[in-house]
Structure formats: structure tokens, C-alpha cells
Design a binder for this molecule. Structure first.
Ligand SMILES: C[S@@+](CC[C@H](N)C(=O)[O-])C[C@H]1O[C@@H](n2cnc3c(N)ncnc32)[C@H](O)[C@@H]1O
Length: 279
């Protein structure tokens, strides 16, 4: 079955992203906020790795992030929605999960998981992104989604980096899902350091089961940090469940087509064994 996003999400994207780009007076003459397709994709968005908070010529940080959501976010949403469908098909739907979305962009992982949990569910979403404009568009999409009454109740916690995440609840046993969608493409990211910081956050959240979902482009360069990411997770007690380069069939208004991606899935069970003698 091809992946197709639910109507509420298509409508949300249309009103909050697509129409805002298309109806902007600068988009006259077939441009996107005044820039042509090649410039938008390669220079303004920079393959998703731009310094989004820096204005560029006549484009503000908010404009750059809006163009990211317009061009790049949809494919990532489709991939993650399919990954959660497969995850929840094997197991029952998780109760009150905590979602940690690293390099979250505009709430991409939150929208994806919301497509697979009913409106009676609730979850906490921790969105970490160094870009203020990404976090702000994320919160805008999250609050617009909440108005629709079709998504789970999602309590949002936004942060520019992992170490500044504030978590006031006592550590518990809730299942945690960590999403790493197209973050590792960033050439400056130190994957070992990232997992070290993640471990600190996971310890604050509790000792419940943790699932890490990695998605990326199938090209080799954006995956250059994957081997050290994988090693750091294995050293932190995770087991690799699956890793591959594959494709999913997606259904869009233009018809169906295949989208290729690189993905990996890691699990760590409840940490309910007291290891005597360990520091
Ligand atoms: C390609 S986008 C992916 C966004 C989102 N995960 C998605 O799939 O749509 C990469 C995001 O990571 C953020 N980012 C890059 N390096 C980061 C870092 N060191 N810490 C936090 N966020 C970072 C960028 O601001 C950008 O929003």
C-alpha cells in the first residue's frame, strides 16, 4: 500500500505552508518567495543544512524555514509516518510515550507520530533544533494541529540543544522514541558527542524502553557520520534491529512514486537490572 498522509495533515500543510508560499506577493512569476527553484533548494535551504536563522538577501529566517517546509518536509513526514506505522503494527500502541526529535525542524517527527496515534492518546514531545525559526514554525504547526481535535494531546518542550532541555517530572518508565531524521547530514555534527548528550537526557526521562529511529538520504555523504553514531549507540547498550537502504511508495496528488532512503532502528530495553559493582 502506498503511503498517504491523512487529510488533516494535508490540509494543515496547505494552509500553514503551501498557501503561504504560493500566495505571497513575492512568489509572482513562478518563483518561491522571489527566488527560483534552484536557488531555493541549493542556496536558501542548502539541502537542509543551511544556517536557517541567518537572513539571506531579501529572505528572513522565517522565509528560509518556510521554504524548507515547502520543499523538504513532506518527504520526511511520509518516511517517518510509514516507519511509525510499521513499528506500531508489530507492537501495541505505546502508552504516553515521550518523543525526542533531534534536529526536529518544523515539528516533523511530532506530526508523523500524530498520524499513527489516536486523538485519545497523549504524549510529550521534546523538539531540539538549533534554529529558532525552525522551532517557531514547529510550534505554529503543533498548535494548529491541536485545534483540529484529531491528533493526540501533545505537550511540547522546545530547546536549541539537548543539554538545555528542561524536564520537571521525576524519572519514570515511559517508552521513549528518539527521532534522528536527516540530522546527521550536517558535516559539523559530532555523532559520539550527540549520543553522549542524549544519554544524559534519557537518564532524566527515566529507565523505560528506548527506540531510536534514524532516517536519511540514501547518498553516502549525508551518512558519513552514521558509523560513529551506530557505534556510540551500541556502546550505550542499544541493539541494532534493522538498517538498510530501501524505498517506500508514496501517493501524492501527482500520482504514486518511489522514494529512496537510508534508515536504521535501534532498541534498548527497560533498564530494570541493578548492576552491582558498577560506578
Ligand atoms: C535537514 S533538517 C531536518 C529537520 C527534520 N528532522 C526533518 O526531517 O524535517 C536538519 C535540522 O537540524 C538542525 N540542526 C543542524 N545541526 C544541529 C545541531 N548541532 N543541533 C541541533 N539542531 C541542528 C537544523 O537547524 C535543521 O532544522
Amino acid at each position: 500500500m502506498p503511503v498517504e498522509l491523512p487529510q488533516w495533515l494535508k490540509d494543515l500543510r496547505r494552509s500553514e505552508i503551501v498557501d503561504r508560499v504560493r500566495h505571497d506577493p513575492r512568489s509572482a512569476g513562478g518563483t518561491f518567495l522571489g527566488v527560483d527553484f534552484e536557488v531555493a533548494v541549493h542556496e536558501v535551504i542548502g539541502g537542509g543544512q543551511a544556517e536557517f536563522d541567518q537572513p539571506r538577501n531579501d529572505l528572513s529566517a522565517d522565509d528560509r524555514v518556510l521554504l524548507y517546509a515547502y520543499f523538504n518536509q513532506l518527504g520526511h513526514l511520509e518516511e517517518l509516518a510509514e516507519a511509525f506505522r510499521m513499528l506500531f503494527a508489530d507492537a501495541s500502541r505505546p502508552e504516553s510515550p515521550i518523543v525526542v526529535d533531534l534536529g526536529c525542524g518544523p515539528f516533523t517527527g511530532g506530526l508523523a507520530i500524530a498520524t499513527k496515534l489516536g486523538h485519545e492518546s497523549r504524549l510529550d514531545y521534546i523538539g531540539v533544533d538549533r534554529s529558532r525559526a525552525m522551532r517557531e514554525l514547529g510550534e505554529k504547526l503543533a498548535s494548529a494541529a491541536a485545534e483540529l481535535d484529531q491528533t493526540p494531546r501533545i505537550d511540547r518542550h522546545w530547546s536549541p540543544d539537548i543539554s538545555s532541555v528542561t524536564w520537571d517530572s521525576a524519572p519514570g518508565w515511559r517508552p521513549v522514541f528518539v527521532i534522528v531524521s536527516y540530522l546527521l547530514a550536517s558535516p559539523t555534527l559530532d555523532a559520539g558527542e550527540l549520543i553522549g548528550e542524549l544519554e544524559g537526557l534519557l537518564a532524566k526521562l527515566g529507565r523505560g524502553p528506548v527506540t531510536v529511529l534514524y532516517t536519511n538520504s540514501p547518498r553516502p555523504e549525508p551518512n558519513r557520520s552514521y558509523p560513529s553514531f551506530r557505534t556510540a549507540l551500541l556502546d550505550a547498550g542499544f541493539e541494532l534491529s534493522d538498517e538498510d537502504t530501501g524505498s517506500i511508495e508514496i501517493e501524492r496528488w501527482t500520482g504514486s512514486r518511489n522514494r529512496r532512503l537510508r534508515y536504521a532502528l535501534f532498541h534498548r530495553r527497560n533498564q530494570d537490572i541493578l548492576r552491582l559493582g558498577e560506578e
